[in-house]
Design a binder for this molecule. Structure first.
Ligand SMILES: [Zn+2]
Ligand SMILES: [Zn+2]
Length: 261
């Protein structure tokens, strides 16, 4: 397990950070979550995960240009739609609780490779690559520029203990270092991971998953909030979080996600 983590992460030199992080006692992990990750991938030579060019960043410029396409997407749910259309029929019929939803990528090759390594193989050095892809999504910088606070979708305490970090927090902090808050939205209940459920079960699974920190509730009054998550599938998780934030007084709630499945 120990060796596996080390070698699994060697594709990105940022995994050296994970070594320090993985063996730290919980109290130090909490401290580590409160400071920006050390992205050694920006300093040391690495290998492109797609074309295996070496030395390069984990995503070389050629592969980024080749695979990143600005797909027209629905403003409310980020599903691909025809160019020139703002909202899909489903969102016009039944508007979701998000004022805006932006997805940077489709959850397909090669992007799932990056996201899986980042989420499940502890390759924390990829946070820099993925956050740059998120910032390059049309409208992402504008949305962040207008936000009063940027909230990562929180992990439950149990999930945080298992994984050791919250991928959404690392991305949110990288794209909005001055507005990212991790003390507002909480996830007190540990539900099964959404990916383990059928689509119909996901909606029910996240009911009641989120709460607002009572000491911070007044911070949301009249504020424009941007939620950040890694992968959006049905939108059930983001929608549940948005409903909780609106009930707490947020004036507007939008979402920024790395990839739309
Ligand atoms: Zn490449
Ligand atoms: Zn839509």
């Amino acid at each position: 397990m120990v060796g596996g983590r080390w070698f699994d992460g060697m594709g990105s030199a940022g995994s050296i950070f994970w070594l320090q992080y993985a063996y730290a006692p919980p109290v130090f992990r909490k401290v580590a979550e409160s400071v920006p990750p050390i992205s050694l991938t920006q300093i040391l030579p690495s290998q492109c995960l797609v074309c295996h060019a070496w030395p390069a960043r984990p995503l070389c410029d050629e592969c980024a240009a080749r695979f990143r396409a600005d797909v027209p997407r629905c403003d409310s749910c980020a599903e691909p739609i025809s160019a020139g259309i703002i909202r899909c029929g489903a969102c016009l019929t039944d508007p979701p609780p998000l004022d805006r939803c932006i997805a940077a990528l489709s959850y397909e090759w090669p992007w799932w490779l990056y996201i899986r390594r980042f989420k499940f193989q502890h390759d924390l050095g990829l946070a820099a690559t993925l956050s740059q892809l998120l910032l390059a999504a049309p409208g992402a910088r504008d949305l962040l520029g207008r936000a009063d606070c940027v909230l990562p979708i929180p992990s439950s305490a149990k999930r945080l203990e298992e994984r050791g970090y919250n991928p959404a927090l690392l991305i949110a902090r990288a794209v909005a270092p001055n507005h990212c808050r991790m003390d507002v939205l909480e996830r007190p209940v540990d539900h099964p991971p959404q990916r383990s459920l059928k689509r119909a079960e996901r909606l029910h699974n996240v009911r009641g998953a989120f709460a607002i920190n009572a000491k911070r509730a007044s911070d949301l009054n009249g504020k424009r909030v941007v939620l950040v998550d890694d992968v959006m599938t049905t939108g059930a998780t983001l929608h549940e979080a948005a409903r909780v934030l609106r009930r707490a007084g947020a004036a507007a709630v939008a979402a920024l996600v790395l990839a739309r499945d």
